[in-house]
Design a protein around this ligand. Structure first.
Ligand code: ADP
Ligand code: ZN
Length: 767
């Protein structure tokens, strides 16, 4: 039977019933029985091992609730036992359980999938599942030690070992712990084990006690990456505008309650100083703050700004090892950290007394996770702030249209910071119409090149943005017109000159440069389009006496190279910094007097309703990198579409005009922020099967959908094939979310055919 031979109903045996959520695609919590011996250790938020499926193999799940009685209608005789409790302390608290439940409902994933996103893999691996070997003293030996009879039979070193192990806290020590404390070699311990005086046990390490297996001299987590400089730097005196912004936040910072703000401040308006001051107030009340920044803004410069002001800062970035991540997680959970700074997943930091959430650069699309659960950290931040009853600050010079609309609708309080600190002017932006630049051979127009010479001669520094890596962006046959594509994807391969290879930017597959056209065998192929690698070469030829550095994902592969390049630029050893969007955001270098946007149109014509918004943001953000010091900055924007509103308004630093022009374009198509969008993507190797399935699914949904739901597609995805898999997609749009959620809760019929996967993306940010 389920109960190991006992015939009693489980309730009668003094156990409890627990609801357990496992990481599977299905959504219900499962009911299990916790036998009496496990009841003491079981609480919501701990992980348990439970049998699942016909064979009853054990899987790990989260206990989400506990009750004395089984749910009604469930036959107690069919309820299986929890096999094991993995954590001594819950990995997540009640509010985070609530948050994950909300995520599952909102993002149409299962609760277990949301839970696994919240507890990082590193933490799951480190806590609970790792087994350590510990020394124990059996009860009779312990008594003999305490009454002195055992000591007579032992050597001095053996006695020292017993002394350590019989201390009140000696319950979870490893051989090396004991040897260190007793100052003896492991031979002494081995001898005692052979004599049966001490035993070894294997135990899982829990969140609490795995601390003991770290060396005593491990640095405290708050300063794990670099020594914390003492907070000596005098605080900046806030400008009147910054003070006004802070005053607007003050009641919320002192009170208890949800309060969302949109901090709309131009680049260089000093938003970060406002965040720091706001966090200071919250920390002074004994609360903690979470600050989300895009991963690429998590530079040493940013981190230093926080470390200078706060002693206990934990930085969570994607390069942390499992052990480091676990250590941070634990020290945050134990209340040892005041400020958590991190990228997307830091929104799940297990703070104990959260007082404030800040999302800097809230418009950044990297806050969206592109795998299950496909959450947006900014939106989760607002929800978490609501559940915890705390203020949340969303900051940007170029807010997402969603946040802007929320401010207009009165859901967020807008705080304006329209001018730069110390009265610095916004940089002058000149548009260069590439249609009139007839004799350009490379990426730089005459005017941009001349401006570079001038800026460099005046001792300034230059940033050049080109959001395309590689040397040539396509290889085309002039005879038949075919473009050389990746063998596995439906995209043009990029020529990387340094490696003499064609590389696919979708799947990283490499292929040799073909000696002749793969389609028609013509002997001469044309290499065209300019990427950062080629731009670098052009810059080196044109400015041989000024050090230049390229920053893109090709040159920044090595860990630490990003920091190194920025440090060299800051020190002035590098005069020209060129690269992809990596260099467009957040950098604050006072000596940059010129920014050149080599091709502003890169994102403008993508088949995505956010193409204009993205273009505006990129141009406005990179323009914001100049004129941040005493000297005014200039910006040159090269484009074939100087009359496009995105580029025109970005050149004038005029966000509001851009929004006023762009929002009505969205309304008609029920695009965000006027409509809610769910994108369904089917993919698989068999094109016909993928298409057939999505067609059938669309027809089924159409038949069930309310009239308010609009269907776009199904049709081939913008990139039809990636890594041999064909993709078709279907967008559902509706003015409100409930009809979509009701429609999409159950996608099990028609069932996806074998080898076809369906992805559900709620509030998609890329198409
Ligand atoms: P933003 O995040 O809005 O782009 P930052 O907070 O990075 O702006 O500030 C821009 C620059 O101005 C930084 O170098 C910062 O040190 C400086 N700064 C900010 N506030 C002040 C102030 N009150 N007085 C002087 N300099 C300031
Ligand atoms: Zn490819």
């Amino acid at each position: 039977s389920w109960f190991g031979g006992e015939d009693e109903a489980p309730a009668a045996r003094g156990g409890m019933f627990v609801e357990v959520v496992v990481n599977r695609a299905f959504d219900q919590a499962l009911t299990y029985h916790a036998p009496r011996k496990l009841v003491a250790g079981i609480r919501p938020g701990v992980r348990v091992r439970v049998p699942l499926g016909k064979r009853g193999g054990l899987v790990t799940g989260y206990c989400v609730s506990i009750g004395l009685l089984p749910p009604e209608g469930l036959d107690p005789a069919r309820i299986k036992d929890v096999a094991e409790v993995l954590d001594a302390v819950p990995l997540i608290d009640a509010r985070m359980l609530e948050l994950t439940r909300w995520m599952a409902g909102y993002y149409l994933c299962s609760w277990g999938q949301a839970l696994d996103a919240v507890v990082p893999a590193g933490v799951r691996k480190q806590a609970g599942t790792r087994i350590g070997t510990f020394l124990t003293v059996p009860e009779d030996a312990r008594r003999a030690w305490l009454d002195g009879s055992l000591e007579k039979t032992l050597t001095a070193k053996q006695a020292a070992v017993l002394d350590v192990l019989c201390q009140p806290d000696g319950g979870m020590l490893t051989v090396s712990d004991v040897c260190r404390r007793a100052r003896c070699g492991s031979g002494v311990v081995d001898g005692l084990r052979k004599d049966g005086v001490i035993h070894t046990v294997k135990r899982r390490l829990s969140l609490e006690d795995s601390r003991k297996e770290e060396p005593d001299d491990a640095p405290p987590p708050a300063s794990a990456e670099s020594p914390t400089p003492p907070p000596t730097k005098p605080k900046l005196l806030l400008t009147p505008e910054q003070q006004k912004g802070l005053d607007a936040l003050a009641p919320a910072l002192q009170g208890d309650g949800f309060a969302p703000f949109l901090i709309f401040g131009v680049t260089g308006s000093g938003k970060t100083e406002v965040y720091l001051s706001a966090i200071e107030q919250v920390v002074a009340r004994g609360r903690e703050a979470i600050v989300l920044v895009p991963e690429i803004s998590l530079t040493p410069q940013t981190i230093r700004r926080f470390r200078r002001r706060f002693k206990k800062v934990a930085v969570l970035h994607s390069h942390l090892s499992d052990v480091e991540r676990h250590r941070h997680w634990r020290s945050i959970a134990q209340g040892e950290v005041d400020v958590v700074v991190g990228a997307r997943s830091a929104i799940f930091a297990p703070t104990r007394r959260l007082g404030l959430i800040v999302v800097d650069e809230e418009h950044e699309s990297t806050f969206k996770q592109e795998s299950v659960p496909r959450y947006h950290a900014r939106d989760v931040a607002v929800k978490r702030a609501q559940l915890e009853g705390v203020p949340v600050l969303l900051g940007s010079a170029t807010p997402s249209l969603e946040s802007w609309a929320n401010a207009e609708r009165g859901r967020y309080v807008k705080v304006d910071m329209p001018s730069r600190v110390e009265g610095r002017p916004m940089p002058a932006v000149e548009l260069i119409d590439l249609r009139h630049e007839k004799n350009m051979t490379g990426g730089l127009s005459d005017s941009l090149r001349n401006a570079m010479h001038q800026a460099l001669d005046d001792g300034g520094q230059v940033i050049l943005l080109l959001n395309r890596r590689g040397y040539n962006t396509f290889v085309i046959c002039p005879k038949c017109g075919d473009v050389v594509k990746c063998r596995h994807c439906d995209v043009a391969a990029t020529f990387h000159k340094g490696r003499r290879l064609l590389i696919c930017h979708m799947c990283d597959a490499e292929r040799a440069c073909p000696p002749a056209c793969p389609s028609c065998n013509a002997a001469v192929l044309h290499y065209g389009g300019i990427g950062t690698e080629r731009l670098e070469r052009e810059v080196l030829m044109e400015f041989p006496f000024h050090a230049a550095r390229r920053m893109d994902s090709d040159t920044m592969r090595r860990h630490g190279s990003h920091e190194e390049a920025l440090a060299a630029f800051k020190a002035g050893d590098v005069r020209i910094l060129l690269g992809t969007q990596m260099i467009a955001k957040g950098l604050d270098f006072p000596n940059v007097t010129l920014v050149g946007v080599v091709d502003a149109d890169v994102a403008l014509h993508l088949p995505d309703f956010r193409a204009a918004e993205r273009t505006f943001q990129l141009v406005a953000q990179v323009a914001g990198r100049t004129g941040r010091g005493d000297r005014p900055g200039r910006v040159f924007v090269q484009t074939y579409s100087p009359e496009s509103p995105a580029i025109l308004h970005a050149a004038r630093h005029d966000y509001e005009s851009f929004v006023t022009q762009e929002l009505p374009q969205r309304a008609g198509g029920l695009a965000s922020p006027y409509g809610r969008i769910v994108r369904l993507v089917a993919r698989g190797r068999d094109e016909g099967r993928v298409k057939g399935y999505l067609d059938e699914l669309a027809a089924t949904l159409r038949a069930r959908a309310e009239a308010s739901v609009r269907f776009l597609g199904p049709c081939p995805a913008p990139v039809l094939k990636i890594k041999e898999e064909f993709r078709f997609h279907l967008q559902l749009r509706c003015a409100t979310a409930p009809p979509l959620r009701a429609l999409l809760r159950d996608l099990s019929s028609p069932p996806a055919p074998p080898k076809v996967e369906l992805a559900v993306d709620v509030d998609p940010v890329s198409m």
